[in-house]
Design a protein around this ligand. Sequence first.
Ligand code: HEM
Length: 452
Amino acid sequence: MIAGDLPHDVKSIHEHYGEIVRVGPDELSFTNPAAWKDIYTKDFLRPYTHRDKPPGKDAENLISASERDHYRFRKVLAPAFVQSSEQEAVVQSHVNLLIDKLRRAVENDEAQEGAVVDVLKWFNYTTFDIIGDLVWGSSFGCLEAVRYHPWIQVIAQFKTALIVGATKYYSPLDTILTMITPKSAMADLMQIWKTTEEKIAQRLELGPSHEDMISHMLDPKKQSSAADFQMSLSEVEINSMLIVVAGSESVTTVLTGIINYLLRDPSKLQVLVREVRSTFQSNEDITGLSLSRLSYLNAVINEGLRLCPTIPDGMRREVPKGGATIAGHFLPPGTVVSIPQWSSYQATSNFHSPTLFAPERWLEGFAESQYSKDRKDVFQPFSLGPHNCPGRSLAYLETRLILAKMVWNFDLKVPEDAALPEWETQKIYWFWDKQATYARISHAGKRSVASQ
Ligand code: HEM
């Protein structure tokens, strides 16, 4: 994991040895679709070594919590993740700001050939601003300032530890890493906690009536059931931060990956452009509901989630007392099991031409095509069961709006003097180590022709 190769190595092992492989003394990895229900919808817990708390914070978070606390947190948070028109309005405002800023970049280009932009950076600005606004009621202001907020720069260094503590996989290494972490980095992190506490204190002054995710965590009346489902202030702090990190990185990953694949295959980009531009007369017509009906757009997003899974490695769980049967095999208690999404979605046993970017495989009309034997039940990008992703609807809303508005407003192509990163060979340190992804964007041309 430290070299960024572990999920790639596990993929190679699966390619050689099949759907069930041993990846550690007591650890098995599965790419068989049946394993999803057997592992993730049952009472399997995260192994103790994968329940992490970031340095300097003792309150439990969604990842570190016992099942009891986890259940309480999810109960409190559930209403915060219900889609609403207010939530869409917040998302729309930031996506429109992204489009405005990019339009200005195009207009400022003296050569009139369009602007060359790093989409990774712009998507990061947008997703952080959106999630900051939705969780804490105030955006990070990255789009406005056209630069990262210092909070995000420091968090980027610690995001891995925050989400899952992957280095715990090798316990001695974890200790060494803590020892060699520069003092300045720890000081930066402590500063981040301080800024977070201040942000929350400012937010508290607004009171629970201000509609954001924190309002649901603070005000029992907003919670889905009994008032005894509550969170302490320190739990609110750490969990809101975890949601900010989980909800930004993931959406940026899938969007950057999709643009990469579309730029590599302009014929697919053209199909998407035609669908979006022929459906909408203006940027303002583009809404979450209308986009949920666009078949090619949604096929592109599914294919992006398949080829660029935001958690490519296995989400490890432990077989409970008494043992359990997984994909038809009985395993003793204590065995660590997982489905690595990167290996599963690249397996020829699951998908026809798995490395190919083929949105068509998700279209209904293609049921009789070469993709008809794809085992689509292995595709669970948001996981299943009690620890599944609570941000799924929001993730689809953001991804659809950003992608659709990008292709409605701009023509995109690979700049003459820049090469696209090869998505599939990028390092994976729990998350993809995404490289800058440059696109030349210019004002959308020939909307009427595109819509014919
Ligand atoms: C394309 C976007 C996204 C994908 C593919 C994705 C995927 C996932 C997956 C697979 C998990 C399960 C992790 C595990 O079991 O270890 C997860 C958990 C989680 N996700 Fe997402 N996610 C996305 C977007 C979001 C967004 C937008 C938010 C918040 C607004 C979010 C918040 C969370 C949280 C808080 C958890 C931890 C849940 C728990 O442990 O109970 N995610 N996500």
